[in-house]
Write a protein that binds this ligand. Structure first.
Ligand code: LLP
Length: 416
C-alpha cells in the first residue's frame, strides 16, 4: 500500500507532482510519503487488535530522524542494533521502555550505555554475551532484562544474505543450548529472563516460516515457565515482505503477505503465549513509502545492448548490486513511445553498478526523470560516499506539502 500514483501521466507523491519537486531539487534524491508510513503502521496495529502487543520499528530499515519522530509519535517502539541506533531512537522520542536491543556483536560500552538508559530488553544472541552482560550488570549494580534470541533453523526461501534463522546463519542461540541455558539461568544473578526472541529473516513472503517460528517459541516459553521464569513477552521478529513488482494500482500484484492474514493465522498461538507479543517490522513500514528520483544523463548502444546512464548509483541504492534485488523503475512523466529493452546503470566505476537490468522502458532522452520504486527501506541507510559522492537528500511529502528532512551530503564533509 502506498500513495504514489499517476495523475495526468505524471507520477505524484500524495498530492504533489514528482516532476515539480525535481524541478527545484537536485537529483538524485529520496522522496517519502508520510501518509504511506502512517497507514502502514495503522494497518499493522489493526491486525494485532485484541492481542496484547508492541510494534517495535526496526530502525535499520530507515533511520531518518523525522521518520523516527513520526513513528515514535504514533506510539511505536523501536528495535535497535547498536549504540548509534539506540541514541537516535532516544533522540527521536521513543520511550526507553519500548526499546528492544538485538545484535550479535554488542560491545561492552554499548551494553553499559543501554543499561544506563533503562531499555525494555536486550535480545541476547550467544551464551558468551549472557556471561558478559551479567558481569557488566553486576559492575553497574543492576539487573539486566534479557530475552534469548533463538536460532530455530527455519528456511525462509529468500536471498541467503537476508536469511537469519538457519543453521548457516550467525544469529541467535541454537535450540538445545537455549533450552539448557533457560534451565541453568541461576548462574547469571544479574540477569532476569523476561522474554524470548526470534527473527528468521527479511522480505519473507510466506506465512509458514512464521508459523513454524511461533511453534518453537511456544515450546520454549513452556520450558521457561516450567523453570520458574516469568515471561513478560515473546518477540517473533520482523521480516514481513512487501511487493517490489507491479507496484501501481490496477497492476497484478506479487503475493506479499498481508499482515492481517498473518496475524489471524497466528492468533490462537500468540494468545496462548499469555504475554505481550512484540513484532519488529522495518521494511513493511517504510519500503513502499519511498522512491529514489534520478535523471537520465546519457544513453548508449553497445554490443547490442542499450544502457541508460542515470545520476543515481549503487552508492545511493545498493540493493540491486548487493542482493540482485528488483526495484520497479518508471518514467516520472509517462510517454506513449515504443518500449525498448535497457539496462539502467549508474555513474560508479563498477560493473555491478546497476539499478535495473533488461527493463522495458519507453525511449528516453537526456534529462528525463526516472523513479526507482519501493526504495524507502534499506535505501539511504545503506548508501555510501563511494567515488566521493555525497549522499542524496531526503524529502518528505505530507499531503500537498514537501520539505527536506535531510539535506544532500556536503562536499566539504566527505572526509568527516
Ligand atoms: N529485527 C531484527 C533483529 C532484524 O535483524 C531485522 C532486519 C528486522 C527486525 C527488520 O526486518 P524487516 O522487517 O525489515 O525485514 N538490507 C536487507 C535487509 C536486512 C535485514 C536485516 N535485519 C535488504 O535490503 O533487503
Amino acid at each position: 500500500m502506498h500513495f504514489f500514483s499517476f495523475k495526468n501521466d505524471e507520477l505524484h507523491c500524495e498530492e504533489l507532482s514528482v516532476r515539480k519537486i525535481a524541478a527545484v531539487t537536485a537529483t538524485p534524491f529520496y522522496l517519502y510519503s508520510q501518509k504511506t508510513i502512517v497507514e502502514n503502521f495503522e494497518r499493522i496495529e489493526r491486525a494485532f487488535q485484541g492481542i496484547d502487543h508492541l510494534i517495535c520499528y526496526a530502525l535499520k530499515a530507515n533511520s531518518n530522524q523525522t521518520l523516527l519522530s513520526l513513528l515514535a509519535g504514533l506510539g511505536a517502539g523501536a528495535d535497535v542494533v547498536s549504540r548509534g541506533e539506540l541514541f537516535l531512537a532516544l533522540k527521536s522520542g521513543f520511550d526507553p521502555q519500548k526499546i528492544v536491543y538485538a545484535g550479535v556483536g554488542k560491545r561492552d560500552d554499548e551494553i553499559e550505555y543501554a543499561l544506563a538508559q533503562n531499555i525494555l530488553v536486550f535480545n541476547v544472541e550467544s551464551l558468551e554475551e549472557l556471561a558478559v552482560m551479567d558481569g557488566i550488570a553486576r559492575a553497574m549494580n543492576q539487573i539486566a532484562p534479557v530475552a534469548i534470541r533463538v536460532n530455530p533453523n527455519i528456511d525462509i526461501h529468500g536471498h541467503p544474505y537476508i536469511s537469519t534463522g538457519t543453521a548457516a546463519d550467525k544469529f541467535g542461540v541454537e535450540l538445545p543450548a537455549a533450552r539448557a541455558v533457560i534451565r541453568q539461568f541461576k548462574k547469571y544473578p544479574n540477569l532476569q529472563l523476561v522474554g524470548l526472541h526470534s527473527h528468521i529473516g527479511s522480505q519473507i513472503t510466506e506465512i509458514a516460516p512464521f508459523v513454524e517460528a511461533v511453534q518453537i517459541l511456544k515450546e520454549l516459553a513452556a520450558a521457561a515457565r516450567a523453570s520458574g521464569h516469568v515471561l513478560q513477552f515473546v518477540d517473533f521478529g520482523g521480516g514481513l515482505g512487501v511487493s517490489y513488482q507491479n507496484v501501481f494500482e490496477g497492476d497484478e500484484s506479487e503475493p506479499a503477505i498481508d499482515i492481517a492474514h498473518l496475524v489471524d493465522r497466528l492468533r490462537s498461538d500468540l494468545e496462548s503465549l499469555n504475554c505481550k507479543i512484540i513484532f519488529e517490522p522495518g521494511r513493511a513500514l517504510v519500503a513502499e513509502a519511498g522512491i529514489l528520483v534520478t535523471r537520465v544523463l546519457y544513453q548508449k548502444d553497445s554490443h547490442g545492448k542499450r544502457f541508460v546512464i542515470v545520476d543515481a548509483g549503487m552508492n545511493d541504492l545498493i540493493r540491486p548490486s548487493l542482493y540482485g534485488a528488483y526495484h520497479e523503475i518508471v518514467p516520472v512523466c509517462k510517454r506513449q513511445d515504443d518500449l525498448v529493452n535497457v539496462d539502467v546503470v549508474g555513474p560508479i566505476c563498477e560493473s555491478s553498478d546497476f539499478l535495473g537490468r533488461d527493463r522495458r522502458l519507453p525511449e528516453l532522452r537526456r534529462g528525463d526523470l526516472l523513479a526507482i520504486m519501493t526504495a524507502g527501506a534499506y535505501g539511504l541507510v545503506l548508501s555510501s560516499n563511494y567515488n566521493a559522492r555525497p549522499r542524496p537528500a531526503e524529502m518528505l511529502v505530507d499531503g500537498a506539502q514537501v520539505r527536506v528532512i535531510r539535506p544532500a551530503g556536503d562536499l566539504e564533509k566527505l572526509w568527516s
